[in-house]
Design a protein around this ligand. Sequence first.
Ligand SMILES: Cc1cc2nc3c(=O)[nH]c(=O)nc-3n(C[C@H](O)[C@H](O)[C@H](O)COP(=O)(O)O)c2cc1C
Length: 217
Amino acid sequence: MNDARPVERHSVRGFKPDALDDATLDAIFGAAQRAASWCNIQPWRVWLTSPPRTAALSAAMLEAAKTGLPHAELAFPLDYPPPYQEHRRACGHALYGAMGIGRDDKSRRYDAWLRNYAFFDAPHLAVVACDRRLMPYALIDVGVWLGYLFAAAANVGVDTCAMASVAAYPEVLRAHLGIPDDLAILFGIALGHEDPAVPANATRTSRAPIESNVTRT
Ligand SMILES: Cc1cc2nc3c(=O)[nH]c(=O)nc-3n(C[C@H](O)[C@H](O)[C@H](O)COP(=O)(O)O)c2cc1C
C-alpha cells in the first residue's frame, strides 16, 4: 500500500505570543506558493501581519465586532441542510465542550466568538483576498492554496486557524492593510505556536467515512 497519510494538524484557538522568524514564514508561504491553480493564474492575494501590527489590527476588529453586525463580502451560508447541519453541530459541540461552555450560556458563547477578533492571540494574521473578476471559479484555486499552506505550516511545526469570521468586517481590514476594493476579502489565517494551556486547543473534530463523500463507480 502506498503511504498517503494525512498531515497531522488541527485548528488552534489559543497561541503563544512569540513571532515566527522570517525564514519560517518564507518556508510556509513559499511552499503554499507552489499550489496548483487553473491555468496557473495564482489568484490568492495575501496580507500578512506581524507584531505589533497584529495587535493593532485586532483592537480595531474587536471594536468593530462589538459594535457592528457581520457583513462578509463572500456571504456565509444561512442554512445548513442535512448532513451538513449534523457536522456543524458536532463541530460546535467539540469546541464548546472543550471550553466547558454550556449550550445556553450566551454570555460565554459571545466571549468565545469575540476571541476570533483577538485572532486567538496569534502573533500573525494572514488576510486572504481574491480578484472579484475571477469569481467564483478562482475560489477553487484559493482553497487549494489554503490546503498547501496548512500542510506547509504543519510540516515546520507551526499552528494555524483559518478564520472566515475575520472577513465579516472587511472595511477594517481594508483601512489597516490597504486592501484594494477590486479584491474580495475571503478569510483570515492565524499563525503561530499553540499555547497548550488554552482549553479550546483540546478540541478535536471527526470526519465521516469515505463512502459519505466518495462514490466509487
Ligand atoms: C475557510 C475556513 C474558515 C474557518 N473559519 C473559522 C472561524 O471563523 N473560526 C474558527 O474558530 N474556526 C474556523 N475554521 C476552522 C474550522 O472550524 C475547522 O477547520 C473544522 O472544524 C475542522 O477542524 P480542524 O481544523 O481542527 O481539523 C475555519 C476553517 C476553514 C477551512
